[in-house]
Design a protein around this ligand. Structure first.
Ligand SMILES: [Zn+2]
Ligand SMILES: [Zn+2]
Length: 431
């Protein structure tokens, strides 16, 4: 079917605006707006209808066209205006209104890129499909595609910001049925490393075991099991500086609540949700966090990153270096201890899920290597041992043997029950 034949069928379906007419041929020729396509097609159709009228006196097509074209009305010498488009229900007359709504809902947030999305009402979606199947249309684009683009252009002109498809700072959704707009703001991601200088602080927020976070007597109505966490000590200043409403914490693994995290620190990404300000000074943020969390947590090397970094953090199997303070049930000679340590170097440890976490994790056997291990200090009461091992090896159980669930172990090799009293993470190596 030729373009004019298809267009004739479309006109016979009812009054249609230039946008909706042009959109049915959107995939034909570039550098045109759908309005330009629609106007050109309608004009050609009016001329053809006029020719038919002059040849045969048949006014039918001109009369149909008169609902959607001033040129058809002029030819027929009748007054009036275009009737309301039955496809879009006149939405395209309100593009400015939609752009105003969008700009208003973005408000004073800081952003440089945005994208418009449209939630199409049921009726418009149905109208569009009826038109396509009745008229055999194959070169159309969807209503929402045009809506997104045209409102996007208007927002751009009003705000001087750019449309970006991949990772826009802001996504504005036009809800046609509800006649309102909503805004989704991309999180701001800050990467860095943290050291934990005191014991008893968990890495992330823990809801109170008793009330599950609602607040009860047990937790002093805080809803929390522990008054603070590494997460919260870092998040407070981040949320404040970005004007966000909350944050999430992503660590490259975690240390036990009673373990210190020392040395070069553990990599993390702190995510500010719904930020109003994106251009934060990460030096200033680092300074403020270190002031606020002084004596408990230290951060360094803060920088803004993209979301993808979290995946890398979580998936990288980082080697760990631990510093253990070990006590023994019976006295152990330095020689004997050094021999046991030596024989653990380079071995693959078979470790069943430790009893202390078995209720939370599947019971299976993990295989992890001890890369290096050395005795740092030995007194009558305790020994300080450094262990360099694969991430995911439970070093408390490497020491205690966990009733034979970890093989080999320091306890097994010594024949004397050994136990970790204090544990510090010295290093987390991300490849
Ligand atoms: Zn329309
Ligand atoms: Zn509680």
């Amino acid at each position: 079917m030729s373009i004019l034949e298809t267009a004739k069928k479309i006109i016979e379906e009812g009054p249609i605006c230039d946008h909706c007419m042009g959109r049915q041929f959107a995939k034909l020729s570039t550098g045109l707006t759908n309005v330009e396509r629609g106007q050109a097609i309608k004009l050609a159709l009016v001329m053809e209808a006029d020719a038919t009228f002059k040849e045969s006196g048949d006014e039918e097509l001109l009369e149909e066209l008169a609902k959607s074209s001033q040129y058809a009305r002029k030819t027929l010498r009748i007054a009036g205006e275009d009737e309301k488009c039955w496809v879009c229900l006149g939405i395209f007359e309100d593009l400015d209104l939609w752009a105003d709504r969008a700009v208003e809902s973005i408000g004073d947030r800081e952003y440089s890129t945005f994208l418009v999305g449209t939630k199409v009402s049921g009726l418009i979606g149905e109208n569009e499909e009826i038109l396509w199947s009745e008229c055999g249309i194959t070169q159309a684009e969807q209503f929402k595609t045009e809506m997104n683009r045209e409102v996007g252009k208007l927002i751009s002109a009003r705000t001087d910001k750019e449309v970006e498809f991949e990772r826009p700072d802001i996504v504005v959704t036009l809800d046609i049925a509800e006649e309102n707009t909503s805004v989704q703001v991309k999180s701001l991601y800050v990467q860095g490393k943290y050291r934990k200088l005191v014991r008893g602080i968990p890495q992330t927020r823990w809801p109170c075991r008793k009330c599950g976070g609602k607040g009860c007597q047990e937790c002093n109505n805080t809803g929390k099991q522990y008054p603070e966490s590494v997460d919260e000590l870092i998040a407070k200043e981040l949320v404040e500086m970005t004007g966000g409403n909350d944050s999430k914490f992503h660590g490259a693994g975690r240390e036990d609540i009673d373990a210190l995290m020392l040395g070069s620190g553990r990599p993390f990404v702190a995510e500010a949700l719904n930020p109003r300000i994106r251009s934060i000074d990460t030096w200033e943020l680092e300074k403020r966090i270190n002031e606020f969390a002084a004596g408990k947590v230290e951060v360094e090397g803060l920088k803004l990153v993209e979301k993808g970094v979290i995946e890398t953090l979580k998936s990288s199997k980082a080697d760990k270096v631990y510093n253990l303070k070990v006590t023994f049930k019976e006295p152990v000679s330095t020689d004997k201890l050094e021999n046991a340590i030596k024989s653990l170097i380079g071995t693959q440890v078979h470790q069943r899920t430790p009893q202390r976490v078995a209720h939370r994790r599947a019971d299976l056997v993990r295989k992890r290597y001890v890369h290096n291990m050395r005795l740092i200090e030995k007194t009558d009461e305790f020994a300080i041992i450094e262990v360099h091992c694969d991430g995911g090896l439970y070093v408390k159980e490497l020491t205690s043997g966990d009733d034979g669930r970890t093989e080999p172990s320091l306890t097994g090799l010594l024949g004397v029950q050994a136990k970790v009293d204090e544990l510090n993470v010295i290093k987390v190596d991300i490849e």
